[in-house]
Ligand binder design. Structure first.
Ligand code: BDR
Ligand code: CA
Length: 317
């Protein structure tokens, strides 16, 4: 049986790649997408998701709008760094037609809770933005934290953050939400900067998409080249852009791509280390570890799978 998957995206260039990776993987059955704020406002993220689904001929997919801002705030504003990296429209100024479809009726939280109740161990949830909507699902239904299998992109264990010295972007947006997720959820895999900054895309790969001469190939190349140019400014030492979000989808499908450390996690929510993901000292001696942190990745195998799958998907458009 195919593994069922829900993506929780703040679409976003690498979120777009995560969505494409799921659509391009016959081993996965994407049953819906929930949208969060983060790289862009929630409405823009949902719009981007719908436009990408239309590009790849998947207008059947339900897309639910999630919560619009962090738990401790009453509004959301796009960070300057997010706009620089992902562009004003979130997809690197690549142009996609206005989607003919709209967000599904009903809330993202209800969809998440209902899906975990219905599919249990056959479902994996992959959040690649702030944890706000997932934290609300945990609070909405006591069985969610017990039965949900979560593979998230976010955090940094043994490397510095990317938007603050201590904090990775997704966790930085809503540290309280990720802290709640780490303390309550029974099964979390953290795919953070420790591994995602090892998986880099360059213009050598985007040239392959350009050569396809298809709408899908052009879109992937356009968005990726914007992202690569931004990384040349923010992280010139890397020599490419980080494939953060698609790596989380790849790990959900094939956990053997990464080596993990079993640990109980928390997020610092106060002081200068606010947003830091770190071991929870109060659960250090608890024999039950609720999280696995990816600390190493098979870069070659992932990049091979990433290019093979996305190129085949884009060739069909
Ligand atoms: C994460 O932050 C966002 O900008 C990306 O989409 C990714 O989910 C990387 O820190
Ligand atoms: Ca993201």
């Amino acid at each position: 049986m195919r593994k069922k998957i829900i993506l929780d995206l703040d679409t976003g260039i690498d979120d777009a790649f995560a969505l494409a990776y799921a659509l391009a993987s016959p081993e996965l059955e994407l049953i819906g997408v929930t949208g969060t704020y983060g790289n862009v406002a929630v409405e823009t993220g949902v719009r981007n998701t719908l436009a990408i689904l239309e590009l790849f001929d998947r207008v059947d997919m339900p897309v639910y709008a999630g919560l619009p801002h962090a738990r401790e705030r009453d509004s959301f504003e796009v960070l300057e760094v997010s706009e620089f990296i992902h562009g004003v429209n979130g997809i690197g100024e690549a142009e996609l037609p206005e989607p003919a479809t709209s967000a599904a009726e009903g809330g993202a939280v209800e969809f998440l809770v209902e899906s975990v109740r219905r599919y249990g161990d056959d479902l994996v949830i992959v959040p690649t933005g702030p944890s706000t909507t997932i934290a609300s699902a945990i609070e909405a239904d006591a069985s969610f934290a017990v039965h949900a299998h979560i593979v998230m992109m976010g955090g940094a264990l043994a490397v510095p953050g990317n938007v603050r010295p201590w904090a990775e972007a997704n966790v930085h947006q809503d540290p309280e939400a990720t802290d709640l997720l780490f303390r309550r959820a029974a099964d979390v895999t953290m795919v953070g900067l420790d591994v995602t900054l090892q998986t880099l895309l360059t213009t050598e790969e985007t040239a392959v998409w350009r050569e396809l001469g298809t709408a899908g190939g052009d879109f992937l190349a356009e968005a990726a080249e914007h992202y690569i140019r931004a990384y040349e400014t923010t992280s010139p030492h890397l020599g490419g852009c980080g494939l953060h979000d698609p790596l989380a989808v790849a790990v959900a499908l094939d956990p053997g791509l990464v080596t993990c450390l079993d640990i109980n996690l928390k997020v610092d929510v106060e002081g200068e280390t606010r947003g830091r993901t770190i071991g929870d000292q109060s659960r250090l001696n608890d024999p039950v570890k609720t999280a696995r942190v990816a600390v190493d990745v098979d870069v070659e195998r992932f990049l091979g799978e990433f290019m093979r799958r996305l190129t085949a998907l884009a060739a069909k458009t």
